[in-house]
Design a protein around this ligand. Structure first.
Ligand code: FAD
Length: 378
């Protein structure tokens, strides 16, 4: 087997690296960097030309995503990595004409209104209702854990349109204007101190009927495509490699408190770091497989769940090993005594939610077991 990239792909990798090196430090916020990426057409280069992309191929996109993830740069948005691809698959010609150009130019911020207080893993039990009234749907209910809702212009919304049908068959998928009357957003503060996600409430919110994606009551099947796109990102595996390299470098330079030499000479630290390096190598190949499937026009399903589960659990393991390697000062989030600028304590806290978001590890293991291994449902 030969996993090497072509000379053109490697040349492109160098170009992306150079762009990140020169442009990323110049901007204070991720959003203006993403605008620059949009201007180059890189955010949506793998989309078909007829929808404003460059037909660049998924392997080219993989090289780009890998570099962005490694440098912890915002190389994708919710619009480009899942909403746009979902609209390309299921949207009407009018929806494509209206939304795809604004996603390509990164002029719209999106959020994902799927989970509800009683419906996370069992998403199909969601209760938010949409009732047809003339040319619009009237929505009432509540979402929770909605990432980025406080900045979003639009939401991809799942709502129940037939309460009498079996639960998977009574749901529809909408594009909802977050500024519509009746939408209210309440931020939730996490233990990192940031408000990454929100509660969103709907009170008689009107959505024009032409904003439904896919067929009436078939929204469940549209949403599974969105979730497959979401779980396919290589960032869930590669995103922590730079942190890993920093911890390895720290262990090589820092004197051991338990004896002679440096931390890296302690066997339990060397073995733990070697183990993580090994798993990163496996995760990278799982992610390449997902990208290869996309290049063959296959939709990765349990394959994406494998990469997602391995990558997110690996991040948590890395966080534990890093905290143990750095010792007590590793728990400081800043100040002169904090090793690696306090980044590891922040990393530790932020990795806790990774195995919950985009489907918990248990749910992804169920997908691997049933769809990957063909085991019967429990
Ligand atoms: C950082 C973050 C960002 C998020 N962003 C969004 C967002 O933007 N939009 C959105 O819609 N949602 C978002 N979510 C919500 C996320 O999708 C849900 O939290 C997730 O699906 C789990 O649902 P739940 O929290 O209701 O837990 P529950 O479904 O109540 O699960 C509780 C526990 O039971 C386990 N469990 C449940 N069912 C089974 C089963 N059948 N077999 C085995 N174990 C099971 C779960 O694995 C979990 O450990 C986000 C979550 C996080 C943490």
């Amino acid at each position: 087997m030969d996993f090497r990239f072509t000379a053109e792909d490697e040349a492109y990798r160098t170009e992306v690296r150079e762009f990140i090196r020169t442009e990323f430090p110049k901007v204070r916020d991720g959003e203006s960097f993403t605008k620059k990426l949009a201007a180059k057409g890189w955010l949506t280069q793998s989309w078909p030309k007829e929808y404003g992309g460059q037909d660049a191929g998924h392997i080219r996109q993989l090289v780009y995503n890998e570099e962005m993830a490694y440098h912890q740069a915002p190389g994708q948005t919710m619009g480009t990595d899942r909403v746009g691809p979902t609209i390309i698959l299921f949207g009407t010609p009018e929806q494509k004409a209206e939304f795809l150009p604004k996603i390509i130019s990164n002029d719209l911020n999106w959020c994902q209104g799927f989970s509800e207080p009683g419906s996370g893993s069992d998403l199909a039990s969601l209760q938010t209702r949409a009732v047809r009234d003339g040319d619009s749907w009237v929505v009432n209910g509540q979402k929770i854990w909605t990432s980025g809702a406080q900045r979003a212009d639009y939401m991809i919304l799942l709502a129940r349109t037939d309460p009498d049908a079996p639960k998977h068959r009574g749901i529809s998928y909408f594009l909802m204007d977050m500024k519509a009357p009746g939408v209210s957003v309440r931020p939730l503060v996490q233990m990192t101190g940031q408000a990454g996600f929100n509660e969103v409430f709907f009170e008689d919110v009107r959505i024009p009927a032409n904003r439904m994606v896919g067929e009436l009551n078939r929204g469940w099947y549209v949403s599974t495509a969105t979730l497959d796109f979401e779980r396919s990102g290589i960032g869930r595996v590669i995103g922590g490699i730079r942190t890993y390299e920093q911890v390895v470098a720290y262990a090589k330079q820092t004197p051991s408190t338990r004896g002679k030499g440096v931390l890296f000479d302690e066997q339990h630290i060397r073995h733990a770091l070697a183990d993580i390096g090994l798993t990163f190598a496996v995760g990278r190949l799982l992610s390449y497989r997902v990208a290869w499937m996309q290049s063959q026009k296959l939709v990765p399903n349990y394959e994406a769940s494998m990469a997602k589960t391995l990558g997110t659990e690996l991040h948590q393991k890395l966080a534990r090993v890093a905290i143990n390697t750095l010792g007590m000062p590793g728990q400081l989030m800043g100040g002169p005594q904090a090793p690696l600028n306090g980044s590891i304590a922040n990393f530790y806290l932020s990795t806790v939610s990774l195995t919950i978001a985009a489907g918990t590890s248990e749910i992804n293991r169920n997908i691997i077991a049933t769809r990957g291994l063909g085991l019967p449902r429990a």
